[in-house]
Design a protein around this ligand. Structure first.
Ligand code: SF4
Length: 359
């Protein structure tokens, strides 16, 4: 059996692990700092940590376990990474440059069982959940890429919006959040992190219970059950009414605003009629939600969906604004590379002969 990754340990867990082996919390702080501040890639290179301690760590743990398999760089600075995990599976991670900082979009599962009809990732059933260490390592790999560029740049934001439903891998997600938020390490503040869910209502409530102050985004994508079920089969199990109750509960208990994600699919859900219906659905929550419109990125796998005209996007946006909602249109990143979520991974898997992607 392969050794566990040290990236999967929260600070308290690492401190307890070392204490059990005779090293005080002070040494856990040193190791943690070497790992996240100095980005040590090798236990032996950890300065100021006793050799007996680094030898013990090297004997029982790994520093990461994934390799960069493909790397695509866009003209706008977006970088897409395809990582090969220790068991051979491929996952995607994206670095995006915003005015406010550098954001990494992480993946939480190998494949996804939610099956949204517009998503390249949803074509491939979930193979397994990622361990917390594998989610943390995506950020560390990107941070090392930035370190090597030598411009002193730091990952400042994280969105959990890559492949997978994060709330379907809840415990590993929470451990990941605690590790990257730790002020002694990567110190990514909760307000700089957004977790996006397709709407697992029970888990939204459990997330509110933890009160981590991390932002929540709901992938709604349709204003009524008939349309939402058509494009997101999860809606059959958890209809909009149930979702809205969970969102209201989250807002009431955390006093945080929730982002409503709405992907615009040409002639499917992008009309003014649907915008009015969405405004009606969200009525009374004008101050507590933000609506983020996402122009669809066409992928070969879903030729039934097209991108909305710019004028249609504008009309949808104007309708939401006129109804008193805070609203934005998501800026595009990496349009000259395989920009859509899951696109690079499915392209690679097709090349490798994955049967479910045969054309
Ligand atoms: S959009 Fe997200 S939840 Fe839906 S199938 Fe794709 S990865 Fe899964």
């Amino acid at each position: 059996m392969s050794k566990p990754s040290i990236y999967g340990y929260t600070f308290d867990q690492l401190a307890a692990w070392l204490e059990d082996r005779g090293y005080s919390k002070y040494w856990a702080s040193r190791v943690w700092q070497q790992l996240y501040r100095e980005r040590a890639a090798d236990f032996a290179a950890m300065a100021d940590v006793p050799e007996t301690c680094t030898a013990l760590l090297a004997d029982q743990l790994l520093i990461g376990s994934m390799d960069v398999h493909v790397q695509q760089e866009s003209r706008d600075g977006t970088v897409k990474f395809l990582f090969r995990l220790a068991d051979g599976h491929l996952i995607e991670t994206v670095l995006m440059r915003h005015k406010f900082g550098l954001t990494v979009c992480v993946t939480t599962q190998v494949g996804c069982n939610i099956g949204c009809s517009f998503c390249a990732s949803g074509l491939l059933a979930k193979k397994r959940d990622l361990a917390s260490g594998e989610i943390v390592e995506q950020i560390m790999q990107v941070q090392r890429y930035l370190d090597e560029a030598g411009r002193g740049e730091r990952v400042t934001h994280t969105v959990v919006m890559g492949i997978g439903e994060p709330f379907d891998n809840f415990d590993h997600l929470i451990a990941f959040l605690r590790i990257v938020m730790d002020p002694k390490g990567l110190a990514i503040g909760p307000r700089h992190i957004t977790v996006s869910t397709s709407g697992l209502a029970e888990k939204i409530r459990a997330f509110a219970d933890l009160n981590l102050r991390v932002n929540l985004a709901l992938s709604l994508h349709a204003p009524n059950n008939e349309l939402r079920t058509r494009i997101m089969k999860i809606n059959r199990a958890i209809p909009i009414e149930e979702l809205m109750e969970a969102i209201d509960d989250f807002i009431a208990r955390t006093n945080q605003r929730v982002t409503i994600e709405y992907i615009l699919l040409k002639d499917v859900n992008d009309g003014v009629e649907q915008a009015l219906e969405l405004a009606e659905l969200l009525r009374g929550r004008e101050g507590s939600v933000h609506v983020n419109l996402i122009p669809y990125n066409p992928v070969d796998e879903h030729s039934q969906y097209q991108r909305s005209e710019e004028s249609t996007v504008r009309a949808f946006f104007d309708t939401m604004k006129k109804r008193g909602f805070s609203c934005s249109v998501r800026l595009e990143h990496g349009t000259d590379i395989d920009a859509a979520c899951g696109q690079l991974r499915s392209k690679q898997l097709r090349e490798e002969g994955e049967p479910s992607l045969a054309q």
